[in-house]
Design a protein around this ligand. Structure first.
Ligand code: GTP
Length: 334
C-alpha cells in the first residue's frame, strides 16, 4: 500500500516558525512531526511514501538523507505552483505512477489512527473514497460531514451555525482512494478536495466515512503545536519534561512540563513553564518563558518574559528584559 502525504503548504498560521522550517519538519519531542507520523504508518505495514511537496522541498531532502524516513522509502513529487489539496494528491499519484488503491493524508496531523481498520471499511463498502472523521466541540469553524448509518457520506457542510450543525464530526484528513478518484481531478490548476472533489463523489454516492475514536490533533496553529508537544510528553513520558540530547541546564532553574530541544542551554534562574524550545535555543539568566514557543537557535535575553503563546522565529534574539505577551517575533524585513 502506498501513501501520498501532503507536505507542500506554506503553514502561514504557524509563522514565524515556518519561515525557517516547513510545518511538517517542526519537532515534537525533538523528532520532526512527519517522522513520528511515518513511524506509525511503518508500524502498520505502510512503508512506501510519496511526499507531495511545494514549499521548501530542499529542507525535506536535507532532513531525510538517502530518501528514507523512519524505515520508509520516500518518493518526492514537487509542484511548480500550489495545486490545492485535491490537485496535489492527484499530481503526486500521477507522477509517482500510482494505479491501485492508495492512502492519502494531510502531513500536519498527529494521530494514532488504525489505518488497517480504515482500509477494511473501504474494502467492505466498495467505495471510491473512504475518509476519517473526528469530533470537535464547535463545528461552526469547520466543514462537517453527516453520514448514513452505514457510513455513506450525505454531504459536506461548510461552517454551519453551531445549533444547526447535523453532526460535530469533521474531516480528519486521512483517506483511502481509488485511482478513479484521481481521474476526477482536473490537471494544471488549484483544486480543493473538500470544496470540489468530495462533493462530486458524494453526489455519485461513492464516498464513505468512519469515526475511529483515536487521538487526533491538527497542529496547524501555535496553540495546537504546543498542545501536540505537551500531549506527547504525557503519552511518551508519562508527564514531566523533555530535555533533548546535549541540553545544559545551570543551577536554580524551574522547568515545568516543557520541551527543550537538543543542544539548548538554560542559564541560572530561568523559568520554563509549558513551553517548547526548538534545538539550539539559549535562555539567559532569569528569563521566564510560559506557554510560548522559541524557534531554533534563537536567544532569549536575560530577564526577558515571554508568555501567552508568544512565538519567536528561528535565529532571532529577544532583548534582555523584554516583555512579550501573545506576540510573534519574525525575522527583520518580513
Ligand atoms: P496554513 O497556511 O496555515 O493554512 O497551512 P497550510 O496551507 O500549509 O496547511 P493546511 O492545513 O491548509 O493543509 C493541510 C495539509 O495539506 C498540510 O499538510 C499542507 O502542507 C498541505 N497542503 C496544503 N496546500 C497544499 C498544496 O497546494 N500542495 C501540497 N503539496 N500540499 C498542500
Amino acid at each position: 500500500m502506498r501513501a501520498v502525504i501532503l507536505v507542500g503548504g506554506l503553514g502561514t498560521r504557524l509563522r514565524p516558525l515556518t519561515y525557517t522550517s516547513p510545518k511538517q519538519l517542526l519537532p515534537v519531542l525533538d523528532v520532526p512531526m512527519i517522522e513520528r507520523k511515518i513511524a506509525q504508518l511503518v508500524a502498520q505495514g505502510v512503508d512506501d511514501i510519496v511526499f507531495s511537496m511545494g514549499y521548501r522541498p530542499d529542507t525535506f531532502l536535507e532532513a531525510f538523507p538517502g530518501d528514507v524516513c523512519a524505515g520508509a522509502k520516500l518518493t518526492y513529487v514537487v509542484e511548480k505552483t500550489p495545486l490545492g489539496t485535491a490537485g496535489a494528491i492527484a499530481f503526486a499519484a500521477r507522477e509517482a505512477g500510482i494505479n491501485e488503491t492508495f492512502l492519502a493524508m494531510n502531513g500536519d496531523t498527529l494521530t494514532d489512527l488504525d489505518v488497517n481498520a480504515l482500509l477494511a471499511m473501504h474494502k467492505v463498502s466498495g467505495a471510491e473514497g473512504t475518509i476519517t472523521l473526528t469530533p470537535v466541540d464547535d463545528p461552526s469553524r469547520f466543514g462537517v460531514v453527516p453520514t448514513e448509518d452505514d457510513g455513506r457520506v450525505i454531504a459536506f457542510i461548510e461552517k454551519p451555525p453551531r445549533d444547526e450543525a447535523p453532526t460535530n464530526l469533521i474531516n480528519a484528513g486521512t483517506y483511502v482512494l481509488e485511482p478513479s478518484f484521481v481521474d476526477r481531478v482536473p490537471e494544471g490548476r488549484e483544486v480543493s478536495i473538500e470544496r470540489e472533489i468530495f462533493p462530486a463523489v458524494v453526489a455519485d454516492k461513492a464516498l464513505f466515512a468512519g469515526h475511529f475514536d483515536r487521538y487526533w490533533l491538527d497542529i496547524g496553529t501555535p496553540e495546537a503545536y504546543l498542545q501536540g508537544n505537551l500531549d506527547a510528553i504525557d503519552s511518551d513520558l508519562g508527564g514531566g519534561n523533555f530535555l533533548g540530547a546535549g541540553v545544559s541546564v545551570h543551577g536554580n532553574t524551574t522547568i515545568h512540563r516543557s520541551i527543550v530541544g537538543h543542544g539548548s542551554s538554560i542559564s541560572a534562574g530561568a523559568t520554563l513553564r509549558e513551553c517548547v524550545l526548538l534545538p539550539g535555543v539559549v535562555v539567559e539568566e532569569g528569563a521566564v518563558i510560559e506557554r510560548s514557543i522559541v524557534g531554533e537557535f534563537s536567544r532569549v535575553g536575560a530577564g526577558a518574559r515571554l508568555s501567552d503563546l508568544t512565538v519567536v522565529g528561528g535565529n532571532l534574539t529577544v532583548a534582555a528584559l523584554a516583555t512579550l505577551n501573545a506576540e510573534k517575533v519574525s525575522p527583520a524585513g518580513i
